[in-house]
Design a protein around this ligand. Structure first.
Ligand code: AP5
Ligand code: MG
Ligand code: ZN
Length: 212
């Protein structure tokens, strides 16, 4: 099954991808995570994208498409994947279509107020990438990752100004994909505002409907 998780920043794409990846045995491919890893490792790509990401703007299509093409060539992608945060523009969607057509696009629908609450309270593990929220999904020990014991951090793009830029980028460049995939009849919009298990249930329903 080849799936794309689409939705505004903070919609819960990463959280749901982790759950779905474990339960369905599919690799979770997040372009945001791949870019953040490049920034951490200070690679050539990392140097190019660091400032763009901190501001909350989209990385140019050529760089993003090259990154995904390379990742989708890895052997673990043979039985499918969950793409989280890619494609985010029409040219990226066209490029993906040419590499590997998508079976199902899941659009997570979440209102602006909840997005702000989710992003301002998010903490991430700087080592293993696990996602927390100070109010809704706190770690057992404040500021420490449950999985690896490393300190939790705040993403540089979770500042108010960068959040505004990310929301604008989503509306202008990414939201048109909903109609684009709609024309192909492969998109399912689900309410992303409930608990992770509630949202997972809606996702599982969409998956079943799509299969039948
Ligand atoms: P990316 O990392 O993809 O960021 P994003 O799209 O802004 O989305 P987020 O990761 O912020 O949110 P999410 O939907 O994953 O929510 P999460 O599960 O963490 O991209 C970052 C940057 O990289 C971009 O701005 C751009 O610069 C670049 N980039 C990446 N892909 C690109 C592309 N294709 N093209 C160009 N540039 C690209 O949840 C958020 C919070 O809510 C967490 O605290 C979580 O614990 C909590 N939460 C989640 N779900 C629930 C729930 N159901 N109930 C309660 N709390 C919840
Ligand atoms: Mg994410
Ligand atoms: Zn960790």
């Amino acid at each position: 099954m080849k799936m794309v998780f689409l939705g505004p920043p903070g919609a819960g794409k990463g959280t749901l991808s982790s759950l779905a990846s474990k339960r369905l045995g599919l690799p979770h491919i997040s372009t945001g995570d791949l870019f953040r890893e490049a920034v951490r490792r200070e690679t050539e790509l990392g140097k190019k994208v660091k400032g763009i990401m901190a501001e909350g703007k989209l990385v140019p299509d050529e760089l993003t498409i090259a990154l995904v093409s390379e990742r989708l060539a890895a052997p673990d992608t043979a039985s499918g994947w969950i793409l989280d945060g890619f494609p985010r523009t029409i040219p990226q969607a066209e490029a993906l279509q040419a590499i590997e057509p998508v079976d199902l696009v899941v659009d997570f629908d979440v209102g602006d107020e909840l997005i702000l609450m989710r992003l301002t309270g998010r903490r991430v593990c700087g080592s293993c990438g696990k996602i927390y929220h100070v109010a809704t999904m706190p770690p057992k020990v404040e500021g420490v990752c449950d999985v690896c014991g490393k300190p939790l951090t705040t993403r540089p793009d979770d500042r108010e100004e960068a959040i505004r830029t990310r929301l604008a980028a989503y509306r202008e460049q990414t939201q048109p994909l909903i109609a684009w995939y709609g024309e192909q009849g492969i998109i399912e919009s689900i309410d992303g505002s409930g608990s992770p298990e509630t949202v997972y249930g809606l996702f599982a329903g969409a998956l079943a409907r799509h299969h039948s």
